[in-house]
Design a protein around this ligand. Structure first.
Ligand code: PXG
Length: 290
């Protein structure tokens, strides 16, 4: 595998960063997870816009232009012969001292990895997934704002540990007020009749790029799409619940805290939007050069 690191493509064994990088020492940096479908990088502009916004929020200056970052992503895909894959774009604060001060870090480091990902086993996409709500709350918006896609994922990892320890693969995090925020690496939707509801970002949800795409596709298909405050009750009584994310794509949730959701199988709306998303993803995106 060839890795892009600071302007060069190098073999995996040479792709190394300093132990003084604040990305490692403090989780100080930002990232994106992006998919490629059918030889195209899906919604690359949207991912780069979010990366730049995350960087701005943590006062991190990305030392290249958006255009050259786009080139780095496409070049890394080309070098690894990616047609369908998963791209991890990481910007760290860079090498600094043994102290928090980010302004002492010389230069942000840019890393692009192009490989593959499978988040959940295929069987769960067919039959639906069981999840639990967990005791670890989503960060409050005035701490590390959940809208920032930062390298600091311990909050999500602590939640994920609780899920796995209770025998399921994914969890739902509530915000400090007890309202539904999102899953550990996915957004959440509930379907009731012809209405889709997802928590607003101020409740502690990342503005997911898959979330945005699904909201658009659902509206085009005549569903009412709302962002509204949600409690666990709204999930328990929904006809269908599904999660969205770049890595997860669209996956039905059929059991929450031991309550079966709807029929206990992925419902018709989840399947319709899953198919619509797959069709859209195949045709959209920035072509990877041959
Ligand atoms: N919420 C959070 C907290 C995320 O990290 C999403 C929602 C979905 O957003 P997109 O833009 O991808 O639709 C994410 C992104 C993993 C993993 O291994 C998941 C993400 C990123 C990196 C790894 O589960 N999800």
């Amino acid at each position: 595998m060839k890795i892009w690191i600071n302007g060069k493509l190098v073999p995996e064994r040479d792709a190394k960063i300093s132990v003084f990088d604040h990305g490692l020492l403090y989780g100080d940096g930002v990232f994106e997870g992006i998919r490629a479908y059918n030889g195209r990088v899906f919604l690359l502009d949207e991912h780069l816009a979010r990366l730049w916004d995350s960087a701005k929020a943590i006062a991190l200056n990305i030392p290249v232009t958006r255009k050259s970052m786009e080139k780095a992503v496409l070049e890394t895909c080309r070098a690894n012969r990616i047609r369908d894959g998963y791209i991890r774009l990481v910007v760290t604060r860079g090498v600094g001292t043994l102290g928090l001060n980010p302004y002492l870090c010389k230069k942000a480091q840019i890393i692009v990895i192009a490989g593959t990902i499978q988040l959940y086993p295929e069987e769960l996409y067919r039959n639906g997934m069981a999840v639990v709500t967990v005791g670890t709350h989503r960060n409050m918006t005035e701490a590390v704002n959940p809208r920032i896609k930062s390298l600091n994922y311990l909050n999500n990892i602590l939640a994920k540990i609780e899920a796995i320890n209770s025998g399921v693969m994914e969890c739902i995090l509530l915000n400090p007020q007890g309202y539904v925020a999102e899953a550990s690496g996915d957004n959440i939707f509930a379907v009731l009749g012809k209405t889709l509801t997802t928590p607003p970002t101020w409740c502690g949800a990342l503005r997911g790029i898959t979330r945005d795409a699904v909201m658009r596709l659902a509206a085009e298909r005549g569903y009412e799409v709302r962002e509204d405050v949600m409690t666990r009750y709204d999930l328990y009584v929904a006809d269908e619940v599904f999660l969205t994310g770049t890595a997860a794509e669209i996956i039905g949730v059929t059991n929450i805290d031991r309550r079966p959701i709807g029929s206990g199988k992925p419902g018709p709306v989840t399947r319709e939007l899953g198919a619509a998303f797959a069709a859209y993803a195949k045709g959209a995106g920035t072509p990877i050069p041959a």
